[in-house]
Design a binder for this molecule. Structure first.
Ligand code: ATP
Ligand code: MG
Length: 393
């Protein structure tokens, strides 16, 4: 009998024809994420098995729990075969160390040729537990301990612990997207949700030195690192936006500052995305949150790009976004008080119903294509979020 970790990936099972691809990616992601642990990964119908020495279970579980594509993690014991006498003896041995007063047995049998049905096995093993442990009784509704028994083709399993996974699809199964990552609360959450659907991320950050500080940039680097923990390392494109922003500030009517600024951000993001084979843009816009996120603003801003723009938090309330930010561990970093380039140049009365005609007219006042080209050529790329950030701490 050996201790194993068994992974269930319920939603992936619905991807019938692509399941091989999804599982290959999941295995690859796990191998990378568990690189520093001596773990072997094997498959069997609808399950993945992680084998390792007992001392690694806790640390490995922490990582597996936060890996997209896994819905449930079961921790239990693998028996050498499916003989009922072996299952009985193993169960007797295992329950001696467990503390409980009420229990139930829940059996699954994927080997349909097994001589007993699942309810028969549960009933039989229930009797075994009652005989070999004192002061315990069966409670099928609210048991203190549920003992799961799985009888598969070759092996049987006795499972005492089930832990919820974070679900979703394995990161990388659906290609790459470019996340517009500001230092705010919304965009890291948007990135997390896109990764949850299997999208691998690169990120883009617009900075405006000296109007924005190095601390503001470090905060974004840290946010990229935090969300990369759910997927893979994130290549962060840092774009110097100062010249464009100053040109907008000097030449364009104040109420249109934000609208035009965001059209520039979108143009640059789409170009960086194309160059890096990202198929979509992802951002943290949420309908109605600010003037640039009214439906009219969003459509006028969106007009400059052809590629799909996915807004995972578009329909979330701010409080819902905050809850999720806390859950995924980005909130505390997001609320550090460093200014963003959007907040510095915010006019008192930004337009909430901009028109496309006005945007096109005003944009003629600045040589934006040239400025965009220059900004892209001067991008800096940060790939090692952790070490870069640590340098500044
Ligand atoms: P967040 O939305 O991340 O909390 P925010 O509310 O300050 O930050 P908004 O002004 O609402 O940002 O901008 C909407 C979205 O535009 C952001 O979620 C982000 O995706 C993108 N964005 C804004 N500023 C930047 C920036 N400096 N660099 C990259 N993307 C940005
Ligand atoms: Mg926002």
């Amino acid at each position: 009998m050996k201790k194993v970790m068994i992974l269930k990936y319920a939603e992936l099972n619905t991807k019938k024809e692509n399941i091989g691809l999804f599982l290959k990616q999941l295995k690859k992601n796990l191998q990378v994420r568990l690189e520093s642990f001596p773990v072997t990964i094997t498959f069997d119908k609808g399950r993945m098995f992680l084998n390792m020495e007992e001392e690694y279970f806790e640390s490995v579980l922490e990582i597996v729990k936060n890996t997209f594509g896994i819905h449930e993690i079961m921790i239990g014991y693998e028996l050498e075969n499916t003989n009922m006498s072996l299952i009985e003896n193993s169960l007797k041995e295992l329950i001696q160390v467990a503390e409980f007063h009420t229990f139930k047995i829940d059996t699954k049998r994927s080997d349909k040729t097994y001589p007993m049905t699942s309810p028969e096995i549960s009933k039989h093993l229930g009797g075994v537990v009652l005989k070999s442990k004192q002061n315990v009784r069966v409670d099928v509704h609210h048991p203190e301990l549920t003992i799961y028994v799985e009888v598969r083709q070759k092996y049987a399993y006795i499972i005492f612990e089930k832990v919820e996974g974070i679900g979703g699809y394995p990161v990388g199964t659906l290609g790459k997207g470019l996340l517009m990552l500001s230092g705010g609360i919304d965009s890291p959450v948007a990135g997390y949700l896109a990764m949850k659907r299997g999208v691998k991320l690169e990120a883009i950050y617009f900075e405006s030195p000296p109007h924005t500080s190095i601390e503001a940039k470090n905060k974004v680097i840290e946010l990229a690192r935090l969300i990369s923990q759910y997927g893979s390392p994130i290549k962060l494109h840092v774009i110097n936006f100062t010249e464009i922003q100053e040109a907008i500030y000097k030449n364009i009517p104040k109420e249109y500052l934000i609208t035009i600024m965001r059209r520039m951000m979108y143009r640059i993001s789409a170009k960086i995305a194309y160059r890096n084979r990202c198929k979509i843009l992802v951002n943290g816009e949420s309908i109605g949150q600010v003037a640039s996120q009214t439906l009219t603003s969003m459509s006028v801003i969106n007009e400059v790009v052809k590629m799909p723009v996915i807004r995972p938090v578009a329909c979330f309330d701010k409080l819902e976004i905050i809850d999720l930010a806390k859950k995924i561990g980005t909130y505390e970093t997001s609320i550090l008080p460093y200014e963003d380039c959007c907040t510095i140049f915010v006019p008192e009365h930004p337009v909430i119903n901009p028109t496309l005609e006005d945007c096109v007219e005003y944009e003629k006042l600045i040589p934006y294509e040239e400025l965009i080209q220059k900004a892209i050529e001067n991008e800096t790329i940060i790939t090692k979020q952790k070490s870069e950030f640590e340098d500044y701490l």
